[in-house]
Ligand binder design. Structure first.
Ligand SMILES: Cc1cc2nc3c(=O)[nH]c(=O)nc-3n(C[C@H](O)[C@H](O)[C@H](O)COP(=O)(O)OP(=O)(O)OC[C@H]3O[C@@H](n4cnc5c(N)ncnc54)[C@H](O)[C@@H]3O)c2cc1C
Length: 417
């Protein structure tokens, strides 16, 4: 596969960019693979990439019911941060941030990781105390996070409104400078390209309808719209549909699927230099490189598999953003969309082995799994290859819902992005 570099760009420019290779070939499934991954989102494609690049396992298929990156990977608001409260989460998300920093070079594909910083606004005394607790916990874990006074926050993000009679006055903010955004599609495309170049088959438009097991209970392969595919190992990374797929193997997961929406405004000149989140008003905002304001909030209140979500939540989100940034009150919104997120009782992921030999699962990322993509994919590939957890994903077991050893980020972040 042709590498992207200055010389090749120049060479192809001279021939009108007509001779670039296909980025990843369209494949029909083989009868058998060492590993079949269900779900060609960032997590599934990333796991395939690391299986091939770090463990030399290339007889791998990644199968998606739709198009590659068409799930939550291509629908999210791309916020990346690692300022989670608990040690287990801090290690996992910070591992991901470490990988984000070198991902474009690693994949030879520009994922547009933009380290622009994330401000979490405090509007009440409780917010101030809670964020300071986060900052101390983060620092103990080597995760960057610091407290800004409201004046310092305004200096960092000039559109902030500090007027004392605001409905949600800003009392200060926690700042993680390594946080930021990346281009979501490019993450899926970069991993797909890297995996395909190493021999991985990416099979689109092929729903997996069931997981077949052998008489001894171990995994035998997957039933698909294109027939049965035998596999020594099956790894499921199907986000909002993971519980549906896993149920066909007889594994019940503690997951609930909710619509999560986002929306963007008309494009404007660069005005918004960072990411701003407010747990109190339950909304967050950043500006894309195209100039659109990218806005999101929490999930709908009810479970559903509709990829749309309800209008009241959008109204609430916009009202919240305008409360904090009156400067945007005449902006027009261009479009909104939704995805289906898989939420666990403690709002932390399940990443590892299952009770079925040869069956692995990576799910439960809820509203915040994009930021984890490289770290989760990297440790998931390790677990699949070695049939044992990587030290970083070891706490994220399915077993914790039996033992009660939860990683309770539900209480730690009202907006779990
Ligand atoms: C609106 C919105 C905003 C978000 N904002 C953020 C954010 O700012 N920051 C953040 O960190 N996270 C965010 N998230 C969450 C994040 O997008 C997800 O946690 C993450 O992308 C999950 O990646 P994935 O690869 O596991 O899933 P996906 O990208 O959803 O991939 C799963 C794939 O499985 C496929 N699939 C499902 N069932 C089957 C089947 N039966 N057979 C074959 N294939 C199947 C789907 O088609 C899909 O392509 C947001 C999500 C949404 C919806």
């Amino acid at each position: 596969m042709t590498r992207f570099n200055a010389l090749n760009l120049l060479r192809h420019a001279l021939t009108g960019h007509k001779h670039w290779d296909e980025q990843w070939p369209q494949k029909e499934p083989k009868a058998e693979y060492d590993v079949v991954i269900v779900g060609a989102g960032g997590h599934g494609l990333g796991a395939a990439y690391y299986l091939a690049s770090q463990h030399g396992i290339t007889n791998v298929a990644v199968i998606d019911k739709g198009w590659l990156g068409g799930g939550n990977t291509g629908r999210n608001t791309t916020i990346i941060r690692s300022n989670y409260l608990y040690d287990e989460s801090a290690r996992l998300y910070d591992h991901a941030v470490d990988l984000w920093e070198g991902l474009s070079q690693e994949l030879n594909y520009n994922v547009m990781y933009s380290r622009r910083g994330c401000l979490m606004l405090a509007h009440t005394v409780h917010d101030v105390q809670s964020f300071k607790r986060h900052i101390h916990a983060n620092r103990l874990n080597g995760v960057d996070n610091r407290w800004l006074t409201k004046e310092e926050a305004k200096e960092y993000c000039p559109p902030l409104d500090l007027s004392p009679n605001a409905r949600y006055p800003v009392m200060g903010a926690a700042l993680q400078e390594r946080a930021g955004t990346a281009r979501h599609d490019a993450v899926a495309w970069g991993y797909a390209r890297g995996a395909a170049a190493r021999g991985v088959d990416i099979i689109e438009n092929c729903p997996v309808t069931g997981i077949r097991r052998n008489a001894d209970g171990s995994v035998a392969g997957v039933e698909t719209a294109k027939g049965f595919i035998k596999a020594k190992k099956v790894a499921v990374s199907a986000a909002g549909h993971t519980s549906v797929v896993m149920e066909t193997a007889g594994v019940r997961l503690p997951l609930e699927s909710y619509p999560l929406q986002a929306l963007v405004s008309e494009p404007i000149k660069p005005i918004f230099p960072c990411v701003v989140m407010s747990n109190a008003v339950h909304a967050y905002i950043s500006q894309s490189d195209k100039g659109e304001l990218v806005i999101g909030s929490g999930t709908d209140q009810y479970m559903s598999y509709s990829q749309r979500g309800g209008l009241p939540l959008i109204e609430h989100t916009i009202a919240a953003i305008v409360e904090i940034f009156p400067i945007f009150n005449r902006m027009r919104m261009l479009r909104k969309w939704g995805g289906i997120v898989d939420v666990t009782p403690d709002r932390s992921a399940i990443l590892g082995k299952t009770p079925v030999p040869g069956l692995y699962v990576n799910c439960g990322w809820g509203t915040g799994g994009f930021k984890a993509t490289p770290g989760a994919a990297h440790t998931f590939a390790w677990t699949i290859a070695k049939n044992e957890p990587h030290p970083i994903n070891a706490p994220f077991t399915l077993e914790r819902f039996r033992s009660g050893r939860l990683i309770d980020e539900a209480a730690a972040a009202a907006v779990a992005h």
